[in-house]
Design a protein around this ligand. Structure first.
Ligand code: F6P
Length: 375
């Protein structure tokens, strides 16, 4: 018989479509299947430090499945081990607020904590378990799909759908104007969104962080298409992509945490290609549109399955673990197996091979080979 009566749930880091579906599944399965109550913690770990929490009844999660974002709020600035406290003089300083988390966890009468987050939030959850003895269960979330130890994270399928939608629209305008159109998508240091969207949307070039590119290969591809009577091209660029010997491009840096935000490589590529090749070129940075909106059914289903299993693990007292997808089965793994490393695209994987087979260029090709291709 489980001694777990009250479970806390929070969402940390950047939002992703499907977060609400996980919260709903945790609340519904806790109450319906296990007779356990759920406390929703607001704004990620900030809610645990500053005691922002409330009980979630079934009515609170009604209609949540289709809603993007997170009803609990989230933040990527609330690491309790390096917490930004504002001093009376207005200056923010980083302090260790983890003892406060432990105290508040007890004050709330919680027996377990479900943390829904990406690498950063799950790393914090793992420290809660290992260093503070707070019983945690992790749920992997990120549109980037770059978390280790799970085949997919929820949020990715919706981001992929949005990126493909954008690519479809860029195609028709690229063709009308005989232009080269660049679409920059998210993904941080992995190219999953770019690769999948490029395949689904018939991109001509896909640039991902795992495969450094040369401008020569890109231009050779555009020329090959011209020779075939296709004087336009569509390029999908992952925000973390970089040319051979070049650097990633950052859009900004968080003043307190020092975290650097990627963005803007497509503008750099546009300038370079325009200068070299005399092309008319336009770049679109898709940005946070990929994170918003209603989750696609694939994400709703995965999020629901993750939430149900997270509740079960918490009630069963199987702590320090993260739910994961392996061969389409929901399993659990130690959180430490998932964090601190990035699941990247293997340049020799089947998806990349299939893409190359249908003529997609990644920018690492031998220029003569590109010239000879059917384009
Ligand atoms: O990790 C998810 C993600 O959307 C990345 O793809 C992107 O680089 C980053 O978050 C953007 O973060 P922010 O919400 O801080 O702009």
């Amino acid at each position: 018989m489980s001694t777990v009566r009250r479970i806390g749930v929070l969402t940390g880091g950047g939002d992703a479509p499907g977060l609400n579906a996980v919260i709903r599944a945790v609340v519904r399965s806790c109450r319906i299947a296990h007779g356990v109550s759920v406390i929703g913690i607001s704004d990620g770990f900030i809610g645990l430090v500053e005691m922002k929490a409330r009980e979630l009844a079934l009515a609170d999660v009604s209609g949540l499945l289709v809603r993007g974002g997170t009803m609990l709020g989230t933040s990527n600035r609330g690491n309790p081990f390096r917490y930004a406290f504002r001093r009376p003089d207005g200056v923010e300083e980083l302090v260790d607020a983890s003892a406060m988390v432990k105290k508040n966890f007890e004050k709330l009468g919680l027996d377990a904590l479900v943390v829904i987050g990406g690498d950063g939030s799950l790393s914090i959850a793992e420290r809660f378990w290992r260093e503070l003895g707070i019983p945690v269960v992790g749920v992997p979330k990120t549109i980037d799909n770059d978390l280790f130890a799970t085949e997919y994270t929820f949020g990715f399928a919706t981001a992929r759908e949005t990126a493909t939608w954008a690519l479809d629209r860029l195609h028709s305008t690229a063709e009308s104007h005989h232009r080269v159109m660049l679409l920059e998508v998210m993904g941080r240091d992995s190219g999953w969104i770019a690769l999948h969207a490029g395949l689904a949307g018939g991109g001509d070039v896909v640039l991902i962080p795992e495969i450094p590119f040369t401008f020569e290969a890109l231009i050779a591809k555009f020329r090959a298409r011209e020779r075939r009577g296709r004087p336009f091209s569509v390029v999908v660029v992952a925000e973390g992509a970089a040319p051979v010997g070049g650097n990633q491009v950052f859009a900004g840096e968080d003043a307190v945490t020092g975290w650097k935000r990627l963005g803007g490589i497509s503008y750099q590529i546009a300038r370079e290609i325009e200068a070299r090749g005399g092309y008319e070129i336009r770049a679109t940075v898709l940005g946070h549109i990929q994170r918003g909106g209603t989750p696609v059914p694939t994400d709703r289903i995965l999020a629901t399955r993750f939430g149900v299993e997270a509740a079960r693990l918490a009630v069963a007292g199987e702590f320090g673990r993260m739910v994961a997808l392996h061969n389409d089965e929901i399993v659990s793994v130690p959180i430490c197996e998932a964090i601190g490393r990035v699941k990247r695209v293997d340049p020799s994987c089947q998806l990349v091979q299939a893409a190359r087979s249908v003529g997609i260029v990644f920018g690492d090709e031998d220029i003569d080979a590109v010239d000879l291709s059917e384009g």
